[in-house]
Design a binder for this molecule. Sequence first.
Ligand code: COA
Length: 163
Amino acid sequence: MSRIAIYPGSFDPVTFGHLDIMQRASQTVDELVVAVLENHAKIALFSVEERVKMLKIITKDYPNVRVESFHGLLVDFAREQGAGFIIRGLRAITDFDYELQMAQTNRIMAPGVDTIFFATNLEYAYLSSTTVREVASYGGDITKFVPESVARAVEEKIRDRYS
Ligand code: COA
């Protein structure tokens, strides 16, 4: 049976930290579905469609990575995709409580779906999409945090929003 995993997130925008997790996770499963969530708890810079488009561009060279969007419960989407695993990155101990709670809740709702945690590369342990948006909003250089195509999209979006 093929091992399919979902890597869910807001990806607003995707960062090198996410990309690092995607690279490593895609090497451990047969297929990795990167799933963009419309998260109503967060005010988004990019629409879900724009985030999917950016993710497709930066993962185009990974043959077993597919990008989708979803709404509703993550475990329902995982079942729909035939996925047995959810991938999450842990950046620091501060992520742990929330992630453990989510993993355990998901496991009660869907016992056939397990969460696998990847320790985020130290280089990106400080990074978040909010930081990237904030640096860009003050005109800072974000090319150390996100791929070139994403940096251009963020800068353009911020220019449009504040002009
Ligand atoms: N490197 C850099 N940054 C990282 C990272 C990494 N490896 N891993 C996470 N982050 C950052 C993200 O950029 C994001 O930053 P932000 O808060 O500034 O946007 C933050 O850490 C965490 O966000 P993300 O990983 O995108 O998750 P999320 O909290 O937005 O969403 C879901 C998590 C999608 C898994 C969860 O909300 C979900 O499953 N929702 C569906 C509804 C559901 O099933 N709920 C029940 C769950 S119990």
